[in-house]
Design a protein around this ligand. Sequence first.
Ligand code: NAD
Length: 314
Amino acid sequence: MEHLTGRVAFITGGASGIGLGMARAFLEEGMKVAIADWSDDYIAKAREQFSGSNGVHFVKTDVADRQSLGEAAGETLEVFGKIHVLCNNAGVNGGGTAASENFEEWDRAIAINLGGVINGTKIIAPVIRRQGEGGHVVNTSSMAGVVPLPGLGAYSTAKYAVRGFSESLRMQLAKEGIGVSCLFPGATRTAIVPLPEDDPENIKEEGAPPFLKDLWDAMRGAIDPYDTGKAVVAAIKENRFYVFTNREFLEEVKQRHREIEEAFPEDEPTPGRVKFETMRAEMVRNLMAPGNRPVPTKPPRNADADRPVSPAGG
Ligand SMILES: NC(=O)c1ccc[n+]([C@@H]2O[C@H](COP(=O)([O-])OP(=O)(O)OC[C@H]3O[C@@H](n4cnc5c(N)ncnc54)[C@H](O)[C@@H]3O)[C@@H](O)[C@H]2O)c1
């Protein structure tokens, strides 16, 4: 989508952190934004921050609950009439390790971090398709969906799956002029990793394990969520799938890709297999070719009239 002015975004987990950063960046583009979040506290704070803007609507929802998410989408359509950009961004830490015995914690983390992305897409992508004006879906994965960390079994499982889901979605929606991006944040300064200075009562630097202290240090120099929001805007305009914000992972990702390449067998495939996979790969390339995407390039007619005032909080 080259023109964002006057379009409507629906952002899950939009009342804090990266979602809030996207909301700010979208508002600056002249978009209207529905912030869908389950936290009353975060919604109250974000409401204060955007009090000068007439382009924001807040709606309470739990992305793991399909009915609640459907109602949030319905409310947004009542308020703004349309949804063009869907950001499935809500996420939580935790969920336990891959071999832990706790199902409850695991299921809840998967239901939010993966289920929320699937629910949002299955509920709102059909709305975007029916409108026939093009659009974009942005799914928030994580660097833990590319290079997993020990101890983050549930988190990595969900975030890897978000990437696979998004790649498949991208192929399906390309021919309808709806782009898909997948966001892979590394350390980004949000509430998802609270620091001792954020909550001195409950989080103590003293006696904390060295790994945690190093993580806190990384978070102190982490990416500003507003910059992540601007990176998302650029990716939507360029219809770019991969959105990476943290360069410190590049060498590790290269090593991982080398390891994958080196793991392939030496034996030659049969001509039939080669023919089929070459044809399949070409089909996918054609599907993605810019010329084959009927992306509407004209802004909506009333775009300027609809332009909201700029958000408070800069
Ligand atoms: N901050 C980072 O370093 C980092 C790194 C990698 C990935 N991410 C991902 O970025 C996304 C945003 O996280 P953040 O860092 O901005 O954290 P955050 O805690 O600041 O924001 C997450 C938001 O999601 C909302 N939320 C959580 N569960 C929800 C649910 N079930 N329904 C509706 N809203 C819900 C929260 O209320 C909050 O407003 C998440 O998917 C997270 O996994 C963050």
